[in-house]
Design a protein around this ligand. Structure first.
Ligand code: NOJ
Length: 567
């Protein structure tokens, strides 16, 4: 029954998103690469899990320098993934199950094999020249010494014209020139093409990089290199909100879709400019403050892999919870295709793998915002430690390997330790469907080696075991949906400095819920607020629990307790 005058709640506030990295999800034709028909085959599995929206990492034509984040045709399907007919069928099958489909909008850059760039490079007088960012050098040097995210300079010299083009990522990913209104119109048209097919939303790649400082000032020097950190001059640049408001006005406002922008280097206050309810830009953003904690560009960024502390993680997450409450909307995630597996990084991937994977699920899903689950997270999939760099495929990892070895003198063991901890291929090994050959991912040779632990960790075994991580995800999703306080309530962090317990209260006019997560491989005791001592345990990753003010906690235990209503 709907209440008259009830506030309109957009559907994406109740949604759980599941991210698919199509290359590694399910192969259907034996070529060792996941594909669209493979995804169709697994839709019932996703429906059983209880998710609502599928986000596909890029599925468009691409030479795969960066696994599809380098697009050569925005209106064609990558041949390894299938055809447009396969896509249309996938969309129909998704909708037939009451699910929604979100695509990846990669428009900060294209592939250098996109016809726009081919023409832009071939002919400085072509009308495509100004689709990209071309500059003359200074005294035979590139215009700036900014470092690319994939190592080396962001500028590549084109020998024919003698000019340099900008690429914040690989040299095969030239940046589009968003100052050019024709570029913006092309992007809008392309977005309509997919939305008119019935696509339900966009995840927007590095969307806060579209507007560069027009003067291209030099960045801060990066010690030990001759490069600089240019991020202050292209993150959240001068025209970014104008571009996004235009995109909203011209395209998004005409469809009932959801949007999430990838925005590295954004604080809660800045994010409210992107996702504030009244802004007419995006519904939510992905921030990186918890996953990049302590990573310092001047210290080789994530490759130095500084130690994490729980109070620091809590501080960050709490600042987003309270900073956006009532103003904008949070996205909630631990894992994605660029991050190591959360159970290995924030949990315990050996004897407490199951408990800690469940704990990460509980503490994430009870916060306010839209949760994102990355393929395999629901199984507690772990990082992989390939013994040689030759097994790795990711361009960021391979370029960093050369840079760390040649420019910083790191030895092989030190680099591999970093790659094992932080490399992107940790998340990109194939999905584990069964304990059979190649984990049921392919009948051919997988494009990247599997994690050898798939006989123990796989979907078939997990669905059959009521105590698995998978069942905990399914139950927690269902529980979350039954409790409006999780969507709407306030968030209060308790005991911010406690070194091993992450606990918070969610509260609305009717309900108060306490979440307690014990990030430790030893038992502990934690004093809970008295109103929860006679409460009701709604979720627990151990079989039983005696409630007491001095709560006895087992290793990596996570509990959700609802306070009794006072009559
Ligand atoms: C962010 C994407 O998530 C990542 O995988 C990609 O390499 C870069 N953007 C460049 O598109």
């Amino acid at each position: 029954m709907t209440t008259p005058n009830a506030p309109h709640i957009p559907w994406w506030k109740d949604a759980i998103v599941y991210q698919i990295y199509p290359r590694s999800f399910q192969d259907s034709n034996g070529d060792g690469i996941g594909d669209l028909r493979g995804i169709i085959r697994r839709l019932d599995y996703l429906k059983r899990l209880g998710v609502d929206v599928l986000w596909l990492s890029p599925i468009f034509a691409s030479p795969n320098d960066d696994n599809g984040y380098d697009i050569s045709d925005y209106r064609a399907i990558m041949s390894e993934f299938g055809t447009m007919a396969d896509f249309d069928e996938l969309l129909r099958e998704v909708h037939a199950r009451g699910l929604k489909l979100m695509l990846d909008l990669v428009v900060n850059h294209t592939s250098d094999e996109h016809p726009w760039f081919v023409e832009s490079r071939a002919d400085p007088r072509s009308d495509k020249r100004d689709y990209y960012i071309w500059r003359k050098g200074r005294n035979g040097q590139p215009p700036t010494r900014w470092q690319s995210y994939f190592s080396g300079s962001v500028w590549e010299k084109d020998e024919r014209s003698g000019e340099y083009y900008l690429h914040l990522f690989s040299r095969k990913q030239p940046d589009l020139n968003w100052e050019n209104p024709r570029v913006r119109r092309e992007v809008h048209d392309m977005m309509r093409f997919w939305l008119d097919k019935g696509v339900d939303g966009w995840r927007m790649d590095t969307i806060n990089m579209l507007s560069k400082h027009p003067d291209f000032p030099e960045g801060r020097p990066l010690p030990g290199t001759n490069l600089t950190d240019g991020q202050p001059h292209f993150l959240n640049g001068p025209r970014i909100h104008e571009f996004l408001q235009e995109m909203h006005r011209e395209v998004l406002s005409h469809y009932d879709v959801m949007t999430v922008g990838e925005t590295p280097g954004v604080s809660p206050a800045e994010s409210a400019l992107y996702c504030g309810f009244e802004r007419g830009e995006l519904n939510m953003v992905f921030h990186f403050e918890h996953v990049f904690l302590g990573d310092d560009a001047a210290e080789r960024g994530k490759w130095s892999n500084p130690p994490l502390t729980l109070p620091a993680i809590k501080r960050v997450l709490a600042s987003w919870q309270t900073g956006l409450h009532g103003r904008g909307w949070n996205s909630l995630y631990w894992d994605n295709h660029d991050q190591p597996r959360a159970v290995s990084r924030f949990g315990h991937d050996r004897e407490y793998r199951v408990e800690s994977a469940k704990l990460l699920c509980t503490v994430l899903l009870f916060m306010q915002g839209t949760p994102y689950i990355y393929q395999g997270q629901e199984l507690g999939m772990t990082n992989v430690s390939f013994e040689s760099i030759d097994h790795y495929k990711d361009i960021e990892t391979l370029n960093a390997y050369k840079m760390l070895r040649d420019e910083h003198g790191w030895d092989d063991a030190r680099i591999l330790a970093s790659v094992h901890a932080r490399g992107r291929d940790n998340a990109r090994t194939p999905m584990h469907w069964s304990g059979g050959a190649n984990a049921g991912f392919t009948e051919g040779t997988p494009w990247i080696a599997l994690n050898p632990n798939y006989p123990d960790i796989n979907a078939e075994a997990a669905e059959a075991d009521p105590n698995s991580v998978w069942h905990h995800y399914r139950d927690t999703i269902a529980l979350r949906k039954s409790l409006p306080v999780v969507r709407d309530g306030t968030f209060t962090l308790l005991d911010a400095e406690h070194p091993t317990v992450f606990s918070y209260v969610r509260q609305d006019a009717h309900t108060r819920v306490l979440v307690v997560g014990h990030f430790c491989d030893r038992p502990g005791v934690y004093r809970i607020p008295s109103e929860f001592v006679d409460g009701e345990v709604l979720s627990n990753n151990y079989p039983t629990q005696e409630l007491a003010q001095e709560l006895q906690l087992r290793p990596y235990q996570a509990l959700v307790i609802r306070a009794r209503r006072k009559s």
